[in-house]
Design a protein around this ligand. Structure first.
Ligand SMILES: NC(=O)C1=CN([C@@H]2O[C@H](COP(=O)(O)OP(=O)(O)OC[C@H]3O[C@@H](n4cnc5c(N)ncnc54)[C@H](OP(=O)(O)O)[C@@H]3O)[C@@H](O)[C@H]2O)C=CC1
Ligand SMILES: O=C1O[C@H](COP(=O)(O)O)[C@@H](O)[C@H](O)[C@H]1O
Length: 587
């Protein structure tokens, strides 16, 4: 491992102009754009001086320039100023701290996802040395009551239970609460005072997580930015969806946020981008030779993006009825996956390069047409003596609601790579199974020598790549092979990367990755405002038409496979939904 040595053991590294030698870490070994202190920097301990001062090796903060200064493989500097110039890192920098304020801490998302994710990061030693978590909401609570509430939802990973309860206690001691109104500058100023006490004179960095209903976003941002933003560190705000309900309301939200924040401070979260297999999509495409050459209209017949849940909107009907499944899942989660799937190779893994490519895909797409969409709504169903409710049985949902709980759509990308390839999306609640997957169906083999072995149904013989995002993460490729023996019978088999079998490590929750990224200022997995605008442009005309024409959804029984209309839609493009074929269980 690379080491770092100093010619003196003095605690002040450059006090006497002593010469410091720093052995470089080859660029190729460093992860893309991580900060020195990042837990994702595998060399962070290697560059820590014995006296506790962090001295950076040349990369990653500096570009190639320090390498020019290398002599016998060592970087040589004489002063902190010179060090700062070559390494891009101020060795005398004051220690910093991160305060994470969960706005809406009494709510469902905070309890279910945000606090548990923060604890998991703490357990994994991924949070900075100095950090504090603050809950902020209107509910009256003491610090002890917050800790008690939070403690109920913290869990230890199955594969990592060592010291878990001690770690939980240590984590809870770092959690505090402040009760206040979301539109009160005074209340945020009180929060600011408390944050300062905990920051103890270090450079304060502040992250606000807006885990409140969307009508509160702007009030909270106004008050947080004017009364509780960091004076000399960074201030970032994570915003939860929904980002509006159409182009106009989304643009208004963006304008509102940008009155108080610059784009770089806004972290619009789409938690599907934090899922392991969605993150893996780019690795699969761009670090294997075998996929990218096939990744176009020349070899791909259709792409299917499928989301289903085996439960209804229970408990969230009030929110859901104003949005429906198209806004809840398709316009964000599935469209984001589509953009990552279809984008051209980005210039680099930098956030802006990736987001530039995603925007290009979205802007190359045609807005959805009503004729290419099927909507459904679940109705009550009795099975095995149990009666499952209809969507409209929810007391918070109007009895005559036409809000879709299911939708299927065909989308097209008008560019050279994807011209004519249907991208089919399907999303639904209260279906027979819970699953999210990407299915890529390849074209038939031209002049296939084995055609007669497949009978008349050539679709059965096409290769299909399945990326199962959840549950039971897997990537498998359906291929044709010969059944062993003297005859010539063909079979379908899966080349299967089954994560549970391949890796014993538990897969982190999406919120862990995204929170860590926000703390580190990594924007790659967050939605930029132009991406959001482009996404809404595709869906807004359709959503308006559905509502204006009061299109009646096709009713499907709770727990079923959804409306039959979805099959007709797919058939129009010569597609069969891969998740419904008899074989898909093999995966
Ligand atoms: N829950 C989930 O699984 C998901 C949620 N989201 C989004 O995350 C955000 C938070 O979600 P969730 O925790 O479920 O939301 P909640 O409805 O639980 O609201 C969070 C907190 O906000 C405050 N609040 C609620 N309603 C109002 C109101 N009308 N006026 C003022 N304050 C209010 C309450 O705190 P208090 O009364 O103490 O101030 C509540 O505890 C929302 O934007 C949601 O759309 C996104 C994806 C999934
Ligand atoms: O954003 C949302 O996602 C959840 C599904 O998330 P998952 O990580 O559990 O797959 C969905 O239930 C909810 O309606 C939607 O708002």
């Amino acid at each position: 491992m690379s080491t770092l040595s100093s010619s003196s053991s003095s605690s002040s590294l450059f006090r006497h102009h002593q010469r410091v030698t720093v052995s470089p870490i080859p660029n190729r070994l460093l992860p893309n754009k991580v900060s020195l202190e990042s837990p994702r920097n595998p060399y962070r301990n290697a560059v820590r001086m014995q006296d506790g001062v962090v001295a950076a090796t040349a990369p990653p903060l500096a570009n190639q320039s320090p390498l020019k200064k290398l002599k016998n493989g060592l970087l040589s500097v004489t002063s902190s100023e010179e060090y700062k110039n070559v390494a891009g890192f101020d060795i005398n920098e004051k220690e910093s701290t991160v305060s994470i304020t969960v706005v809406g801490a009494s709510g469902d998302l905070a309890k279910k996802k945000i606090f548990p994710a923060l604890f998991a990061l703490y357990y994994e030693d991924c949070l900075p040395k100095h950090f504090t978590v603050f809950g902020y909401a209107r509910s009256k609570m003491t610090d002890a009551e917050l800790r008690n509430m939070v403690s109920k939802t913290l869990t230890c990973r199955i594969d990592k239970r060592v010291n878990c309860s001690e770690k939980m206690e240590q984590f809870l001691k770092r959690c505090f609460y402040h009760s206040g109104q979301y539109d009160s500058r005074e209340n945020f100023a009180e929060l600011d005072k408390k944050l300062k006490e905990h920051e103890g004179g270090r450079v304060p960095n502040r992250l606000f997580y807006l885990s409140v209903p969307p009508n509160i976003f702007i009030h909270a941002v106004r008050c947080a930015s004017s009364s509780a933003s960091s004076p000399n560190g960074w201030t970032r705000v994570i915003v939860e969806k929904p980002f509006g309900r159409d182009s106009e309301s989304s643009a208004a939200l963006t304008r509102g946020l940008k009155q108080y924040l610059v784009e770089d401070q806004i972290f619009r979260i789409d938690h599907y981008l934090g899922k392991e297999l969605v993150e893996n999509l780019s690795v699969l495409r761009f670090s294997n030779l075998i996929f990218e050459p096939l990744w176009s209209r020349q070899y791909i017949r259709n792409v299917q993006l499928i989301f289903s849940e085996d439960f209804g909107t229970e408990g969230r009907g009030g929110y859901f009825d104003n949005y429906g499944i198209i806004r809840d899942i398709m316009q964000n989660h599935l469209l984001q996956i589509l953009a990552l799937f279809a984008m051209e190779t980005p210039v680099s893994l930098d956030a802006e390069d990736i987001r530039n490519e995603k925007v290009k895909v979205l802007r190359s797409m045609k807005p959805l047409e009503l004729g290419n969409v099927v909507i459904g709504q679940y109705k009550s169903h009795t099975k095995g003596g149990v009666t499952y409710p209809a969507y409209t049985d929810d007391k918070t949902v109007p009895k005559d609601s036409l809000t879709p709980t299911f939708a299927a759509a065909a989308l097209f990308i008008d560019n050279a790579r994807w011209d004519g390839v249907p991208f089919l999306m399907k999303a639904g609640k209260a279906l027979h199974t819970k699953r999210a997957e990407i299915r890529v169906q390849f074209r038939h083999v031209p002049g296939n020598l084995y055609n007669r072995n497949f009978g008349t149904d050539l679709d059965r013989a096409t290769n299909e790549l399945v990326i199962r995002v959840q549950p039971d993460e897997a990537i498998y490729l359906k291929i044709n092979n010969k059944v062993p023996g003297l005859g010539m019978r063909l079979d379908r088999s899966n080349l299967n990367l089954h994560y549970a079998a391949r890796y014993s490590k538990e897969i982190p929750d999406a919120y862990e990755r995204l929170l860590l990224d926000a703390i580190e200022g990594e924007r790659r997995l967050f939605i930029r405002s132009d991406e959001l605008d482009a996404a809404w442009e595709l869906f807004t005309p359709l959503l308006k038409e559905l509502e204006e024409k009061k299109i009646i959804p096709e009713y499907y029984p709770y727990g079923s496979r959804g409306p039959v209309g979805a099959h007709y839609l797919a058939a129009r493009y010569n597609v069969r939904w891969g998740d419904l074929s008899a074989e898909h269980h093999q995966g």
